[in-house]
Design a protein around this ligand. Structure first.
Ligand code: AG3
Length: 282
């Protein structure tokens, strides 16, 4: 809810900090069977989506997150054709994935159809690839979806979830990662949003541990700015069954689509871990 002076503030008790937006209007609110979704119009950041009070995205800065959860993994994989997105109901990740001409199918499985309905209305630019014949939108339990995937059938699995509480809790443990491991081909890649490297290195470490127990052997965490999330700095973590994190640099440089943040040089730089992260993550 917006405060009396028309600022929406998301407070992070554990870090003693907050992120806030001046809002000019409340556009919508729906209580789905899973969560409460609210949409505000802000004075400077376009529309704002909250889920259970947590900022999910703004029109103005979601390109950072969506480019970074999609392109590094897709340019690390030798030839990604079959992509699955768990969560990602706002369709922003799906749009980035479908920019890759080699992708033959991208299936998005979000538990909550209302997130997509709200995105279609208030973030139509994120949904512009939903009618792409390669796109498939499912509204179902992502944990069950991955469990039932044919073994060795997926090139890249992307987990674009909310924080690891509530509906997303089951996406951060060994059982889920085992399903991902089984569903991925041998050269497949799992990539998951992994919260703030400034505030939640312990969580990132725990995720990598659970992924390791599920059979993944290599991990790489990429930090990037994301002003609308706790601490303003965010991360994605990639995991592989085999192989490293060198990427198709030439293909990334020659990408046949525009990006606002991702470049091959930026990606190259992210193969060097900031020392404080290297120290904690090894
Ligand atoms: N997924 C990450 C949301 C986490 C934000 N956490 C918070 N505000 N406390 C966003 C979905 C974008 N496709």
């Amino acid at each position: 809810m917006a405060t009396q002076d028309n600022w929406y503030i998301e407070r992070f008790e554990t870090t003693g900090s907050a992120v806030g937006y001046r809002v000019s209007d409340k556009l919508d609110e729906v209580q789905s069977p899973f969560q409460r979704i609210e949409i505000y119009q802000t004075t400077d950041w376009g529309n704002l989506m909250l889920i259970d009070g947590a900022v999910m995205l703004t029109s103005r800065d979601n390109f950072l997150y969506h480019e970074m959860i999609a392109h590094p993994a897709l340019f690390t994989h030798p030839a990604p054709k079959r992509v699955v997105i768990i969560g990602g109901g706002d369709c922003g990740t799906l749009r980035e994935v479908l920019r890759h001409p080699g992708v033959e199918s991208a299936t998005q499985c979000d538990i909550d159809e209302q997130v997509t309905r709200m995105a279609e209305k208030y973030f139509p630019e994120l949904c512009q690839s939903n009618a792409d014949p390669r796109a498939k939108l499912l509204f179902d339990d992502g944990v069950a979806y991955m469990r039932n995937c044919a073994p060795g059938s997926i090139d890249v699995a992307i987990v674009d979830s909310t924080d690891p509480v509530g509906p997303a809790e089951g996406l951060f443990n060994k059982a889920f990662y085992e399903s991902c491991h089984r569903a991925l081909k041998d050269d497949g890649i799992l990539v998951q949003q992994s919260e703030s490297p400034l505030a939640q290195l312990g969580l990132i470490q725990a995720m990598r541990m659970e992924m390791g127990k599920a059979g993944f052997s290599g991990f790489w965490t990429l930090p990037f700015p994301q002003p609308c999330y706790p601490t303003g700095w965010w991360s994605v973590t990639m995991a592989r069954k085999q192989g490293g994190f060198g990427f198709r640099r030439e293909d990334a440089a020659a990408r046949p689509f525009e990006t606002q943040y991702y470049t091959e040089a930026l990606h190259q730089g992210l193969l060097v871990m900031p020392p404080f992260m290297a120290k904690a993550l090894g």
